[in-house]
Each structure stands twice: as C-alpha cells, then as structure tokens.
Write a protein that binds this ligand. Structure first.
Ligand SMILES: Nc1ncnc2c1ncn2[C@@H]1O[C@H](COP(=O)(O)OP(=O)(O)OP(=O)(O)O)[C@@H](O)[C@H]1O
Ligand code: NI
Length: 312
C-alpha cells in the first residue's frame, strides 16, 4: 500500500498572458517509508505539484485530479481538515529558508510553532521542544540558539532549524522543495544526511524536489523526471543512473560535471502555447517525423515508465 497516490493531476493558472499549463496529467505514487525525487529544469512544474498536495495554490489556479493520502482525497477535504494535516501529517521544507522564516520572531518561537498549533503547547513548552529539536539537528548550544533571530543564523543553520520544525510532529510525509539550494557542498551533504536519518527514524516517506542529481542519487528510491509539466520517465534510482531511457533523462545525466558537463542545447517550450507532438522534440537528437506531430504516451518498459516513441 502506498502512502500518497496522485492521479491525473492537472493544474492551470489563469494569467494576463494566457493559460499556463503547469502540470499535465501527472500520476505518481509514494510508497511507505520511501523517497521519491522529482527532478527537471526550472519551471517544469515541480513546486506546483508540492503546492497542490498541500493545497497551497493561489486562487488563479485551477486544479483537478485526485490526491489520495491515507484513504482521503486531499482535493476534497474541508479547509479545517487540511489545516490539521498540514505541518502534522504532511510537512514541507521550502526552497528558501530566509523566506520561510519570519525575521521578527526568534528561532525558538518559530521552530516550536507546530507544538502550539497542533498540540496546544504554551510558549515555554514550545520553546523547550525547540531546544530538543535543535540539539537533535546537531546545532551548537541549542539553549542560546533558540533565543536568536534568523539574521543571526547562517543559511545552513536556518535550514537545519526549518528541517527540525518540519519533522517536529513526525509527519508521515515530508515534502522537501530544494532543501539545499544555495548551500555549499559539504553543508549539503550534512543536511541531506540529517534529513534522511530523521526520515528513517520516524518511518516517514519523502517527496524530494531538487535540481541536484547528486542529492537525488544519495537518498532517493525513485526518480521522477518532469519536462514541461509532464512526467517523461519514472524509474528506480539505481536504474536511472545506470541506464536512463528517455533522451531528456540521458541529457540531464550528460550535463553533470562528472560526465563531461554537456548541457542540453535549447530551452523548454512555453507553458502557454501548445506545442504539437512530443514536448521534448525540438531539443531531441533522435526526433523523427512522428515526434513532431504525435504525443507519446507514458508506457511501461524495463521496470519503469517512459514517454518516448524510441521504445514503441
Ligand atoms: N501563481 C502562479 N501563477 C502563474 N503561473 C505560475 C504560478 N506559479 C507557478 N507558475 C508557473 O507554473 C510553471 C511551473 O512552476 P514551478 O514553480 O512548479 O516550477 P519548478 O519546476 O518548481 O521550477 P524551479 O526549479 O525553478 O523551482 C512555471 O511556468 C511557472 O511560471
Ligand atoms: Ni520549484
């Protein structure tokens, strides 16, 4: 049984420029205690999927499909139920710690927030819990750290504080959206290891959104590759790194420094205009006539799902 199942999710934003089709027919499953890494270039729809799961999309978004979490469709539950799920059963760690933290509140107050919201803790209790969480995340001198403000913390310390807070109530699902963006390599490794260790201790599952294939490789069980709002390959992590099948997946791997740093030429298509055929065809070295006009389906092959006519 899986913890989270997304079925045929579509998200469209109405903007002055037109309709932005940010997520197109995405289906995915996150099994219990496993990590799925969502990868793909900027603007391909990764964060919109995370926001859909937590129902944090702005009002210009039209969303349909099903998001089944522990037997409930999150798109159908009332706002009160959703508020009790957010931060407790599903926690999110955002891209940018300095935006996620409020500059005018102390670290201790903010890290302890889940205890006040979901467990009616008072101020002192919540700050005591923060001390415990910060020491768990191996922050130095947690008793004094809780009294500090975000600007007194480095980016890495703020990110640890946010992770501590997200994991406070042992969520079943952790959504981490670029949790290590902007941090240096050694710090990335430490933080990712701490995040993964905490996930394992609490038997949680994780949806990890990242540009960083090294991070995805180190802690994920599954890789889901997105391109222009669609899934193009869904594959066990080991197989992805050994034998990527979709030409876009192959391109992503070839753009890694250890593989010679060959970026994929060209740009992803506009999310407003409709491009016929395979969305990747203008950048694909294997594209043939059919790829320009026909839309490939996502089909099972070699223990994975791939959207490409090469394997028809
Ligand atoms: N509130 C919004 N209104 C209109 N368009 C939006 C809105 N939020 C996102 N989009 C558009 O939806 C698409 C997907 O955005 P999303 O933030 O999911 O990308 P992403 O894959 O997370 O990129 P990144 O790696 O840069 O974080 C983009 O084209 C973006 O411009
Ligand atoms: Ni994003």
């Amino acid at each position: 049984m899986s913890l989270l199942t997304v079925e045929r999710l579509n998200v469209v934003f109405t903007t002055h420029q037109g309709k932005v089709k940010a997520v197109k027919n995405v289906s995915m499953t996150i099994p219990h205690q496993e990590t799925l890494a969502l990868i793909g270039e900027t603007g391909c729809g990764k964060s919109v999927i995370a926001q859909s799961i937590l129902r944090l999309l702005p009002s210009n978004a039209q969303i349909n499909g099903r998001i089944l979490f522990q037997g409930r469709d999150l798109l159908l539950v009332d706002e009160k139920t959703m508020a009790s799920i957010r931060g407790k059963e599903i926690a999110i760690i955002f891209q940018n710690p300095s935006l996620a933290l409020n500059p005018v509140y102390s670290i201790g107050w903010q890290v302890g927030e889940p205890f006040r919201i979901h467990q009616s803790a008072n101020r002192n209790q919540s700050i005591q819990e923060s001390v415990r969480l910060l020491s768990y995340m191996k922050l130095d001198k947690p008793e004094s750290a809780v009294k500090m403000y975000p600007f007194e913390f480095s980016g890495g310390m703020n990110q640890r504080a946010l992770i501590a807070s997200a994991l406070a109530l042992h969520p079943n699902l952790i959504i981490a959206d670029e949790p290590t963006q902007g941090l240096d390599r050694t710090l990335i490794k430490q933080i990712i290891e701490q995040l993964d260790r905490a996930r394992k201790i609490h038997s949680s599952s994780m949806l990890l959104i990242t540009h960083d294939l090294t991070v995805a490789r180190s802690i994920s069980d599954w890789i889901m590759v997105m391109y222009a709002g669609e899934i193009v390959e869904q594959v066990p992590t080991l197989d992805f790194f050994q034998s990527p099948m979709h030409p876009y997946s192959q391109g992503l791997l070839q753009s890694l420094p250890e593989n010679g740093f060959h970026p994929i030429p060209g740009q992803s298509p506009s999310m407003i205009e409709n491009l016929s055929g395979c969305q990747f065809h203008p950048r694909c070295q294997w594209a043939r006539e059919q790829c320009r006009w026909e839309r490939p389906g996502l089909l099972p092959i070699n223990g994975r799902m791939v959207r490409c006519f090469l394997y028809d």
